[in-house]
Write a protein that binds this ligand. Structure first.
Ligand SMILES: Cc1cc2nc3c(=O)[nH]c(=O)nc-3n(C[C@H](O)[C@H](O)[C@H](O)COP(=O)(O)OP(=O)(O)OC[C@H]3O[C@@H](n4cnc5c(N)ncnc54)[C@H](O)[C@@H]3O)c2cc1C
Length: 474
């Protein structure tokens, strides 16, 4: 023990106060466990500070600017000026309100909050280093630990993040001025969301992607609609090219890419945003001291009770693997706390919905048709195009569709793929349908408000049954 070290004990130690960690800590405290939550940076983690919330705030702001500029068709003439500082400061206000809320909720539930960086000392103890010269450290002994240290952006060779020319998503969400031009490396959901934000604000955006399509992992027709809308917004795509290096040139930079044949292309821009994926934060925890194993990518494998290979140590959220989504982290945090408290709790991964907040949005849950077939079902599919939705047209948004995949013989809903305005909201209904074991008939027989986007969910179910009214049946 170093001089100045103090040792304390706790029943449940949670490392990291992101969506996984703070939910775990609050739930554990609610269940009467003495709980300590250690955070080295800011309450709310990546999601509240540098991820979900700031990106969605900027999505909204860029939508407002874009809608105002493009509303001539509706008889509205406006020429909005974008003050990036003002926009970012509004976003920071939203973030502060939410992170303050998390801190208050933790305190109100009786969670002990400790600021500092935790590292395992052995199987039952962490050392927490406090920031700053002479701030010292403390040791905390625990009965159970929950690792929820999240993830960080992947760096690629020759593109070290500097916040000035080479941006991570975190930098891109906190810019002082609007870049005139931006190269985005990676057409995953983060690259596509942020690319859309900047394109709508007026930046010249070029997206470079190593694979041959945007939003890899989504079905072709889903990704195609978003990509084609992004192209309408002026985004230029280059597929099959990997970012190679960059150099300063004039006021900005030149980014070089290389395709499979070795052909090099150059793109001039003010900045480059690298969004090629995220990796788990497990390398700084001294996990060996606790005996916790990681896989070859650094994730901590867990079972359906969020338990690691060490009986009293749990892992939740991004560190525990894909999908790296906040709502998955929260659910796992809740389950870990309940399991520690002796509740009969477990994880059901059948229906983790996912959303991409592009224009239009994507909302998916459960199986695609191909996955249903592979799993041995006899899938039936129903689809409703948004151009047949009265509400979508009143919003001037006719792109996209709602698709439902169900099991033919039983009618059970198995999955949904939605590309539409508010797809992130629409997917909740079908997530519930899957959780409840609802059939196509249950969804189709439910009266939906007219005119709403949600009617398309009902119509897609009717379409799968062969009796849709507002579309031609398949
Ligand atoms: C730009 C962007 C947009 C996103 N948008 C969405 C979205 O719309 N919807 C969605 O579901 N997900 C989104 N995500 C993903 C989401 O942010 C993560 O899935 C989520 O934050 C994971 O939560 P977590 O608790 O596992 O980890 P994190 O939120 O990463 O939190 C981990 C915390 O642990 C702390 N920590 C790490 N090591 C230590 C240590 N040794 N000691 C003490 N503290 C430590 C960190 O400081 C951090 O606060 C987005 C991510 C990004 C980057």
């Amino acid at each position: 023990m170093v001089v100045g070290d103090i040792a304390t004990g706790t029943e449940v130690l949670v490392v990291g106060a992101g969506p996984g960690g703070y939910v775990a800590a609050i739930r554990a405290a609610q269940l009467g466990l003495d709980t300590t939550l250690v955070e080295r940076d800011a309450y709310g983690g990546t999601c509240l500070n540098y991820g979900c919330i700031p990106s969605k705030a900027l999505v909204t702001a860029s939508d407002v600017a874009y809608a105002a500029r493009e509303a001539e068709e509706m008889g509205i003439h406006a020429d909005p000026a974008v003050d990036m500082k003002g926009m970012v400061s509004w976003k920071d206000g939203v973030v502060d309100q939410l992170t303050g809320g998390v801190e208050k909720l933790c305190k109100a539930n009786g969670v002990n909050l400790v600021e500092g960086t935790a590292e395992f000392a052995d199987e039952r103890k962490v050392r927490v280093a406090h920031d700053g010269e002479g701030q010292g450290s403390e040791s905390i002994e625990f009965e159970h630990a929950i690792i929820s240290t999240g993830s960080r952006p992947v760096q690629i060779p020759n593109f070290e993040f500097d916040g000035e020319y080479v941006l991570s998503s975190r930098h891109a969400l906190a810019l002082d001025t609007l870049p005139e031009s931006l190269v985005v490396v990676g057409a995953g959901y983060i690259g596509m969301e942020l690319g859309t934000v900047f394109a709508k604000l007026g930046t010249d955006v070029t997206v470079v992607e190593m694979l041959d399509s945007a939003l890899p992992g989504y079905e072709d027709d889903v990704a195609r609609i978003v990509r084609s809308r992004a192209e309408d917004l002026g985004i230029e795509f280059h597929f099959g090219e990997a970012a190679k290096d960059w150099e300063r040139s004039g006021d900005g930079i030149t980014v070089r890419t290389e395709d499979g044949e070795g052909t090099v292309s150059e793109f001039g821009a003010e900045k480059v945003l690298v969004a090629v994926g995220r990796s788990p934060v497990t390398d700084t925890l001294n996990l060996e001291a606790a005996g916790v194993e990681t896989d070859e990518r650094g994730f901590v494998p867990t079972d359906d009770r969020a338990r690691t290979n060490v009986e009293h140590v749990y892992a939740v959220g991004d560190v525990a693997g894909e999908p790296m989504l906040a709502h998955k982290a929260m659910k796992e945090g809740q389950v870990a706390a309940e399991v520690i408290a002796g509740e009969p709790s477990a994880l059901d991964y059948q229906s983790v919905p996912a959303a991409v907040f592009t224009d239009p949005e994507i909302g998916t849950v459960g199986m695609t048709e191909a996955e249903a077939e592979e799993a041995g079902f006899e899938p039936v599919v129903g689809q409703m195009p948004m151009r047949a939705s009265g509400r979508a047209l009143t919003m001037n948004e006719g792109d996209g569709f709602v698709r439902i995949v169900a099991d033919g013989p039983s009618g059970f809903v198995l999955g949904a793929q939605i590309v539409a305005p508010e797809a992130s909201e629409l997917v909740a209904e079908l997530t519930l349908a899957i959780e409840m074991g609802a059939t196509l008939e249950d969804v189709a027989a439910t009266i939906h408000v007219h005119p709403t986007l949600s009617e398309a969910v009902m119509e897609a179910a009717e379409n799968a049954q062969g009796h849709a009214i507002h579309t031609l049946n398949r």
